[in-house]
Design a protein around this ligand. Structure first.
Ligand code: WTA
Length: 672
């Protein structure tokens, strides 16, 4: 594999070790960890089993790891039964955490004095009672039961968390659809899952404005016919929210009729029962619905909350991820609550009404463990240090980031400015498919020698490595592909790994290294001489825009649904804040001519028709796109042109003039 390893143009400091002398006084030497890690991989089943024993099971398992009905879809803790809402609530309510704060939720709007207009606090007991009431309502009034499916399309409000926990309690498999996605995206996910209930809100708060969401949900339901009941949480109180009689119900009206003494026993769920399906974009075809089970997933979250976040009862934990992404599932809803943590949940953006909103939150609630992103960090670096420094951050003791590679200078800013050289700073690598963190600095295991920008070493029991095309480990400093060589709890679960599509699951993740049985992650990475892994970006055509995973296929489909566009190729180019941003090369239909207005229109079309996060920053019109002889668009060549890099192998290219055309369009627009 060619190219100097770098992140956003910054070279990787393989040899720069940063020690943290003050943090709890101790640290583990990476050599000792590597030896312990080898043992943990060899004996991973007994390690995962002893972690599983730290959780409450309704029925013990008979086998730690066994084969499922499809190749590569393993069953973890088969024979066992448990319930994640019981782990997250009942077991705390039965002990000393009963009256401990579980959630401190802050809404986005602020009052005239600049303070948050709404703060809601829930103890574990409060949350347990609300989840019981809602589970009671869903079961008794809506007939929801184990095996049914439900879709959730809402922002990060406490009700979203309560709905997820109530679904988990009943064994209703849910899917959350990011509230920034369009009606089409929502409809395709609902239909694929066969959800019969949709939960949404009247509207969202976005930077001081209110935006209707129910209308979009209604559009989706025109196309997605499986839903026959809709529960609407009142968020903005917009007076003209459309409600369809006999189908749509206001959440607060419904809940008024449920007594506070309503209880629903947590359903004993098989360990491998699907907890949720989360759709994530690939390069081709419709979005993939990855399935996560109950038992394996809970064990991985329990382990990583301890190892990576070192979570304990004195902490105030905060992860600002939205519930629409996997981080919101694993490290906002289930992970912290299973561990009995107190967590902050914030509805809005990081710079509303002022760039110091997040630092105010940290100061106000005394956040000690903070899980952020590289894009958020780079945005805040632009606002300047003063916004940070004027707020008290002495409560912070640990910082991690996730979602995309962190460039060394952003890491240094978190370490020096935000954490004042006091807090370990890590970049946890994982993906929707893995369910939880796989490669990370592990402060909870005192594994702290840090390097700016690295992901660190694989967690115990997980055999992640960087290999060449043949599956052989690459040498130190060489670029290769990240793989996971063994099975881990939390991996995509039964019955099919990917909802309704076991073949696609097997093809996507296991075909590339089928002889060895490795899980192919789709990322480029480098391993340095100390064994630290540095993930440098996607090896396929999936985009990571501000850490959000966007499939080229979905974005291109959105563009060609515009009346003027017949074909489109989308590639990512580096962006100093968002990591990367999409640009689009578009072939117009007969009768349409390139113009500045049309360019704007296409961008707006994606913004409104797919998602604001996917809007291409530039649209270039071309007469044809580089294709293989079999007609497949060669995005690799388009990307090479955009990055000014050598084209590489062009043997399969059908028409060389198409590349010149892309070059001209790209350069032409750059100078104007
Ligand atoms: C990227 C997000 C570098 C990677 C949890 C992966 C990262 C994809 C990191 C998964 C990190 C995530 N350093 N790259 N710390 N964390 N990625 O499914 O490309 O939204 O494959 O899950 O994000 O994105 P997903």
């Amino acid at each position: 594999m060619t190219g100097e390893p770098e992140i956003l143009g910054e070279s990787l400091p393989f040899d720069e070790i940063v020690h943290l002398e003050s943090w709890r006084g101790e640290r583990v030497d990476p050599d000792a960890y590597r030896r312990a890690h080898s043992t943990s991989v060899r004996d991973s089943l007994s390690m995962w089993e002893s972690l599983a024993k730290e959780l409450d099971w309704q029925r013990p398992w008979t086998s730690v790891l066994s084969d499922g009905d499809h190749p590569n879809v393993a069953k973890w803790f088969a024979g066992g039964a448990l319930n994640l809402s019981q782990l997250a609530l009942d077991r705390h309510v039965a002990g000393p955490r009963r009256n401990k704060l579980a959630l401190i939720w802050e809404g986005e709007p602020v009052g005239k004095d600049g303070n948050p207009a709404e703060v809601r606090k829930y103890t574990y007991y409060d949350l347990w009672r609300e989840v019981n009431r809602l589970a009671f309502l869903l079961r008794n009034n809506f007939g929801m039961k184990k095996g049914d499916r439900m879709a959730v399309y809402m922002p990060l409000v406490p009700e979203a968390i309560i709905f997820l926990l109530a679904a988990a309690r009943l064994g209703v498999t849910f899917t959350v659809v990011f509230s920034g996605f369009s009606a089409e995206a929502l409809a395709s996910r609902i239909s694929d899952l066969g959800a019969k209930l949709l939960v949404t809100v009247d509207g969202l708060n976005r930077r001081g404005k209110q935006v209707g969401l129910k209308e979009i949900a209604d559009d989706a339901l025109e196309q997605a016919r499986t839903v026959n009941q809709v529960i609407v949480v009142r968020r903005t109180g917009a007076p003209d929210t459309p409600m369809k009689a006999g189908r749509d119900y206001w959440f607060d009206d419904l809940m008024r009729g449920v007594p506070s003494s309503a209880r629903v026993a947590p359903e004993p769920l098989e360990s491998e029962h699907p907890l949720y399906v989360l759709y994530t974009s690939g390069t081709t075809g419709k979005p993939k619905g990855l399935i996560h089970d109950n038992g394996g997933y809970a064990v991985l979250l329990h382990a990583t909350m301890k190892w990576a976040f070192d979570i304990n009862d004195g902490d105030v934990y905060w992860c600002p991820a939205d519930i629409g992404w996997v981080t919101g599932h694993s490290y906002v809803v289930f992970g912290p609550l299973i561990e009995g943590a107190t967590e902050v949940v914030y509805e809005g953006t990081l710079d509303f009404p002022k760039p110091d909103r997040w630092w105010r939150v940290i100061e106000r609630y005394g956040v000690s463990v903070f899980y952020t992103t590289p894009t958020a960090t780079r945005m805040q670096m632009r606002f300047g240090e003063d916004f940070v420094r004027k707020h008290d951050r002495s409560s912070l003791r640990l910082i991690h980031s996730v979602g995309e590679p962190i460039n060394p200078s952003a890491w240094r800013w978190l370490f020096e400015v935000v954490g004042e050289r006091r807090c370990p700073v890590g970049s946890t690598w994982w993906m929707t498919e893995t369910g939880g963190i796989m490669v990370s600095h592990l402060p909870g295991l005192k594994l702290l020698p840090m390097k700016p920008g690295t992901n660190g070493l694989p967690i115990p029991g997980v055999d992640a490595d960087v290999v060449d095309e043949g599956g052989q480990p690459v040498g130190p400093g060489e670029k290769g592909l990240l793989v996971i060589r063994n099975r881990w709890p939390g991996m995509p679960g039964p019955p099919t790994g990917m909802w309704g599509d076991p073949e696609r699951y097997a093809k996507q993740y296991f075909e590339r290294f089928s002889a060895k049985g490795y899980f192919y992650c789709g990322d480029y990475a480098v391993k340095d001489k100390d064994g630290y892994i540095w993930v440098a970006g996607r090896a396929d055509e999936v985009l990571k825009v501000a850490g959000h995973r966007i499939g080229t296929f979905e974005l291109e489909s959105s563009i060609v649904s515009h009346k003027a566009a017949s074909e489109a190729a989308v590639v990512a180019i580096p962006d100093p804040v968002k990591g990367e941003v999409p640009i689009a090369f578009v072939v117009l239909r007969e009768g349409f001519a390139p113009s500045e207005e049309l360019r704007k229109e296409v961008r707006l079309w994606v913004r409104n028709g797919f998602s604001p996060i996917a809007e291409p920053t530039q649209v270039y019109f071309v007469n044809r796109l580089p294709k293989t002889r079999s007609g497949k668009i060669m995005r690799r060549l388009v990307k090479a042109v955009a990055e000014g890099k050598p084209l590489g192998d062009v043997a399969t290219l059908e028409d060389e003039a198409s590349v010149d055309e892309v070059k001209q369009a790209y350069r032409g627009l750059k100078v104007t």
